[in-house]
Ligand binder design. Sequence first.
Ligand code: NAD
Ligand code: TYD
Length: 339
Amino acid sequence: MTILVTGGAGFIGSNFIFYEREKHPEDRIVCLDKLTYAGNLSTLGSVLDAPNFRFVKDDICDREAVYRLFEEEHPDIVVHFAAESHVDRSIENPGVFLETNILGTAVLMDACRKYGITRYHQVSTDEVYGDLPLDRPDLFFTEETPIHTSSPYSSSKAAADLLVQAYHRTYGLPVSISRCSNNYGPYQFPEKLIPLMIANCLADKPLPVYGQGINVRDWLYVEDHCKAIDLIMRKGRVGEVYNIGGHNEMRNIDIVKLIIKELGKSEDLITFVTDRKGHDMRYAIDPAKIHAELGWLPETLFAEGIRKTIRWYLDNKEWWETIISGEYQNYYQQMYGHR
Ligand code: NAD
Ligand code: TYD
């Protein structure tokens, strides 16, 4: 079987590729990634020359390139991770979010219709449900919660989800959608909360906490997310949405304090900064459906996962230091410039 993974040079996509190669070494994996600022090809360094693996640098919005790839590879399953993923950037510059997240999704699904696939899986987010109030801890996002977005990022992801459902109903495309809560773990780009705080803490730089730091996110270790996607794309029902989350709600300020403590630094590094515009207060997933239908449960507790993650950033300083220096963007040229 051939699995096309888009966005595999990013955080979750790369973890997913490693998971699949371990779990299903018999499957061929083709990774399609544009290598935007968020894509780091060195992350995939250990698999680039492996049998059953191919990396292709192209834009999902480039119809000709995408059709050419389908013509060559005829993937059985498409798992679509590629996206602009950072809320703060979407507030500064929404345009590229609309192009990649909405139009790119349509191009991919058109290719799926033209060449035929057994499953198209859309990797979506709990952010399409908007937010929950802090004073109602009894409320959770279910698959029936109405779409109600806050940021250009979440709106673009919601638009893509609606298109995916439309392609299922109109053209009978065999789709599934997963909506996961915030991920953390190895290879996360150091612009997101946890890796940014680790990197700044280690450099004794200020730790910018938005607003009062009381916003709540529901954190899931990335490997648990990968496991859920693998189950859904192989065994989940066509046309269905599955929420993924592990009932692990934390306030931002508590995460920052925990990182400070683990790294033996001072809380004086915390700097409260102007709040994010339209900042969602609380995300919280009800994962009852994926548990009941597919038996999925998270395996990594937050206390263990955050320690593993901090350890990984300590042991892999070069990975994130070359990102901060910008040097990582030369990796493609080094690997493929002469081929
Ligand atoms: P990321 O920003 O780390 O990686 C995105 C990858 O997509 C990068 O490798 C980038 O080069 C690639 N890409 C971007 N635009 C492209 C284009 N036009 N063509 C081809 N490739 C392109 O993102 P992530 O955190 O790994 O998220 C992956 C997916 O999971 C996204 O769809 C995101 O919405 C979703 N998601 C993320 C989280 C989270 O906590 N990070 C939670 C739920 C859902
Ligand atoms: P982020 O990692 O950007 O994920 P998302 O916005 O998709 O949930 O941010 C997680 C939370 O941390 C969010 O409430 C915003 C907050 N945050 C900060 O307080 N400071 C920061 O520097 C960043 C990047 C995020």
